[in-house]
Ligand binder design. Structure first.
Ligand SMILES: Cc1cn([C@H]2C[C@H](O)[C@@H](COP(=O)(O)OP(=O)(O)O[C@H]3O[C@H](C)C(=O)[C@H](O)[C@H]3O)O2)c(=O)[nH]c1=O
Length: 184
């Protein structure tokens, strides 16, 4: 397993599990707690999520849960491809409001590890994209918050200009109006 810090946000890591190809296809350990421990990443995932997005150009996000229910997320793509984005929401961080984006796909088998204190969102790049992610805190609706995908202060360079959004995501606040309780 390779762990690569993203250039813009060093605490957001690209995870590349070892995969073993043969004429039948491939095998990989998509998650191994011992490998994460050996890489100095100590997490206890307690929930698995999966979503299907039927079209390219769907943006889900930017979402996060407030403390004390903030979530670390380990995101990967089962089918299709996404442009996966994390935004630093930790007040006092030198990269507060900064973002990083990584293509995760069925073919590159890359994963993105997004720590607590970061918002997460993605844009689908092909139809019928299924995203699978592990979290280390349970879904807690009363702590669920979001930030507008197109907040100019953050300035995410999405690969789509007119995305399909959920009703909820259409009404998310800008970063300077959002409720945030993370500090570095
Ligand atoms: C997140 C979540 C949602 N739900 C229910 C609540 C809604 O009735 C339904 C759809 O939820 P939502 O519209 O928030 O799903 P997404 O827009 O895909 O949001 C997710 O995608 C972004 C990119 C994320 O990082 C978050 O994990 C998550 O917010 O599933 C649950 O029952 N459990 C859950 O953990």
């Amino acid at each position: 397993m390779h762990v690569i810090a993203t250039k813009q946000l060093r605490d957001v890591k690209i995870i590349e599990p070892a995969s073993y190809e043969d004429p039948r296809g491939f095998f990989m350990e998509s998650y191994n707690s011992r490998e994460f421990q050996a890489a100095g990443i100590s997490l206890a995932f307690i929930q698995d999520n999966q979503s299907l997005s039927k079209e390219a150009g769907i943006i889900r996000g930017l979402h996060y849960q407030l403390e004390p229910k903030a979530q670390t997320k380990l995101v990967r793509v089962l089918t299709g491809a996404i442009f996966d984005v994390a935004v630093d929401l930790r007040r006092g961080s030198s990269t507060f409001g900064h973002w990083t984006g990584v293509v995760l796909s069925e073919s590159n088998r890359r994963q993105l590890l997004i720590p607590k204190g970061f918002a997460h969102g993605f844009c689908t790049l092909v139809p019928n994209t299924q995203v699978f992610y592990k979290t280390d805190e349970y879904y807690t609706p009363e702590c669920d918050r979001g930030i507008a995908w197109d907040d100019d202060f953050i300035g995410i360079d999405w690969p789509v200009r007119n995305p399909m959004l959920s009703l909820k995501d259409r009404d998310l606040p800008k970063l300077d109006e959002a409720e945030i309780n993370f500090t570095i």
